[in-house]
Design a protein around this ligand. Sequence first.
Ligand SMILES: Cc1cc2nc3c(=O)[nH]c(=O)nc-3n(C[C@H](O)[C@H](O)[C@H](O)COP(=O)(O)OP(=O)(O)OC[C@H]3O[C@@H](n4cnc5c(N)ncnc54)[C@H](O)[C@@H]3O)c2cc1C
Ligand code: SF4
Length: 330
Amino acid sequence: MKPFEYAIPETLQETFDFLAAPQSELKAGGIDLIDLMKEGLAQPRRLVNIRGLQELHFVKGDAATGLRLGPNLTLAEVAGHAALRESYRALAQAADAAATPQIRHVATLGGNLCQRPRCWYFRSSAFPCARKGGDQCYAVDGENQYHAIFGNDSGCVIVHPSATAVALMALGARLKIASAKAERELAIDAFFVSPETDITRENVLKPEEVITEVMLPPAARGFTSFYFKQKEKQAFDWPIAEVAVALTLAGGVCKDAKVVLGAAAPIPWRVPRAEALLKNQPISVKLAKQAAQEALKDANPLSENAYKVPVFKAAIYRTICRAAGIDPFA
Ligand SMILES: Cc1cc2nc3c(=O)[nH]c(=O)nc-3n(C[C@H](O)[C@H](O)[C@H](O)COP(=O)(O)OP(=O)(O)OC[C@H]3O[C@@H](n4cnc5c(N)ncnc54)[C@H](O)[C@@H]3O)c2cc1C
Ligand code: SF4
């Protein structure tokens, strides 16, 4: 690991001041960043540790007006928060399913959204791949069993690693992003960057910017959600498929639907074809299965990951059923 300066800001303003120096990087829980530094993949000259910054650690509002979450909440806090479990269930479930109990007590919501991909070629300094500025993707013709089945035709076939991103996209979240000079808000859909746009980055954050708030819209009457993660084994594991579904139901009829897939594509992947099929229909097991079929129509598996297609079909239909409160096995 290269030597670096270590700064501990006491306010958000001080954070911006520390970030102004070139090659400064934020550290929250440090679960991802310290790993990358050990491997030599991140080499900040200054580490700005915001882990203890209370200004970024809060839950404000309520389900009627919308909840506002500080990015410094740990995954364990998100998973255990009563209002989230009640009204934005998919997010609490996603946070609860990520990593291990020890990691969830340290890792933060902001860091989870901004973590870098888990592609094993990316994580090893031995492979100077396209995402690191090289000229080839080692996974596309290599070991790609955990890689993308959608959006994988632009030179990098990672899957986006963040569980909370999948849930937040289904829930229609927005992010507040600030720097010393400006503040902006954007829908979380606009936060993630596909390889087609820029192969070297996963999101639109500029080096001087900080996520300062994650905003959840009001949970209207009939709004319900569910998140499901399929792993290879029951004990801790990364997902081979994850699905978040948010529905607005009126008398059993679906008025609005969002279906988002994780471990599927380089960005959290919405499936509008499945959403369209659900809208203005009473949710049933049969309809959920049709939506799952529809969702996978555009899948384009790589040499080693065609197994993901049936796994996603099962995961999607079950998650739609669970969100709607019906038994997927009835
Ligand atoms: C064994 C293991 C299993 C895991 N399994 C899962 C899993 O199943 N699902 C899953 O989703 N994740 C999983 N993870 C990843 C883990 O959840 C993330 O690494 C963690 O959430 C990162 O959060 P952090 O606070 O430690 O971020 P850090 O490592 O501190 O930071 C990560 C990045 O986020 C940036 N950042 C942090 N906060 C902000 C902010 N407020 N504004 C702007 N940028 C910010 C940092 O600059 C850095 O670039 C796993 C990790 C491990 C080690
Ligand atoms: S999938 Fe992306 S990160 Fe992995 S080797 Fe290919 S270019 Fe690199």
